[in-house]
Design a protein around this ligand. Sequence first.
Ligand SMILES: Cc1cc2nc3c(=O)[nH]c(=O)nc-3n(C[C@H](O)[C@H](O)[C@H](O)COP(=O)(O)OP(=O)(O)OC[C@H]3O[C@@H](n4cnc5c(N)ncnc54)[C@H](O)[C@@H]3O)c2cc1C
Length: 507
Amino acid sequence: MGAAKTTFDAVVVGSGACGGWAAKQLTEAGLRVLVLEAGRGPREDKVLRVLHRLRQKLGYRVESDAKRLGRQPIQSTTFAWPFHPHAFVDDVDNPYTTPESQPFAWIRARQVGGRTSVASHGRQFYRLSDHDFKAGSRDGHGPDWPLSLTELAPHYEVVERWMGIRGNADGLDTLPDSHYAAPVPLTAGEQRVKARIERRWPERRVIARRTAAAPSTLPAALRTGRLTLRTHAVVSQVLHDPKLGRASGVIFTDTRTGRTEEVRARVVVLAAGTIESTRLLLHSRSRELPEGLANSSGQLGRNLMDHTYMLGTEARLALSAGEQQAEQSWAYIPRFRNLARQESDFARGYGVQMFTFADQVHLVPFGEMLPRADNRVTLSSTVKDRWGIPAAHIECQHSDNEKRMAEDAVATCLEMLGEAGCTVERVGRTLSKPGMAIHEVGTARMGTDAKTSVLNAHNQSWDVPNLFVMDGACFPSQGAQNPTLTMMALTVRASEHVVRELKAGRL
Ligand SMILES: Cc1cc2nc3c(=O)[nH]c(=O)nc-3n(C[C@H](O)[C@H](O)[C@H](O)COP(=O)(O)OP(=O)(O)OC[C@H]3O[C@@H](n4cnc5c(N)ncnc54)[C@H](O)[C@@H]3O)c2cc1C
């Protein structure tokens, strides 16, 4: 039975963290779901991983493979690429454009599991707080989220319980506790840094990471018997009836046969990753909707954000041999700037990830980028990908706010390392180009008003009620925390809404 002949209850585009959760929740609620995934399946990935490891043992270094670097000039700039190069897209087949003065690193994985299945994924999962959800009304930079922590908390908990997130009850207002399956002890080095920093600055808390294995939601969805998974299926457009104002399915190309197929569904869920979901909506334009589908607000594509990110502040801590740990550990200093009051010459703040190994300490600040309409995704009028889909054109640059925040982050990291008794060996002062944090969000923001947002608080298009965008595209603002836990919680919440609305006959 080919997908083209079947009408599903829902088609989900993408099988990453968000698509996987949508598939699990929808199938477990009784829906028949088709997941279309552009990349390869887990078995093919496993074979390629084994081969890669074998070649490495024989001396192969992908970092010096000119052919590979030629195919992946952008993907190869991320730290994770050498460990799992085939997980990342081929940049030649999957181009995008930027203005020359505004480089952007769009780091993408095309395979079942998306970017969370990349071998050296960070696996840091933090909640946002009402400091983030209500940031707009506190400081006037952009809108509030259309929901609060209280509303999202039960959905965070669903994800956390299922993933078995480990961490400690830190009791922080700015970084709400998760539901934890087990504690995470701090290493001797982390404890020493923590004691010294917190003694001098009690508001700067050094906490253990909150972590779990990648969510393996698709196996759970497959076990229901209601999931059809098609890999190597690159979706190009959402099918839409402008008279009815409804989506009817999607068009995709099977990359192995080159055949284009259509599939019908009562509900369409885009979960292809922040920029890609928006690209698909822009490309679903028609004579009636020349600016793209779900874009009556004119907000589609706008307010792209990625954390400011600075690598390279490295130091050594005087630890005895017995105190040094052989494996890398990492801890977190949650945002402490501009919380109770505006105390600096920039808005919002940053969190600092602390990596320790033997006697080495690396501090890596991740700062919040403000939403700005000019940081946006449109479609290239000249460049197409290998499957004929117009490439994304990404315009994104740091504002003075991000630059001032970055300067403060560097100075503060040095100050904290000094207080902790570390010897600083290298200082990273260069703000990475946007995209490098791989925390891109925004471009189809949720809100309370159809005139100023693309989605409502349930990730549902205001314009096309049976169309949902369940990924980071929905973020109205960013927070300083790693975003994926929030994306997954929002997906659980949105999926519950889909089920409710279908049952009520409203979709
Ligand atoms: C190395 C690395 C480390 C990271 N560490 C962290 C961390 O510690 N904490 C954190 O919160 N975040 C982290 N991130 C970011 C995190 O992985 C992303 O936020 C998350 O994966 C986004 O999930 P997603 O489902 O929206 O998108 P993705 O994971 O990108 O999944 C999208 C899926 O859609 C598929 N797809 C794309 N286009 C199409 C199409 N046209 N048709 C069909 N399918 C399509 C893709 O193949 C992919 O499988 C990290 C990312 C990387 C790469």
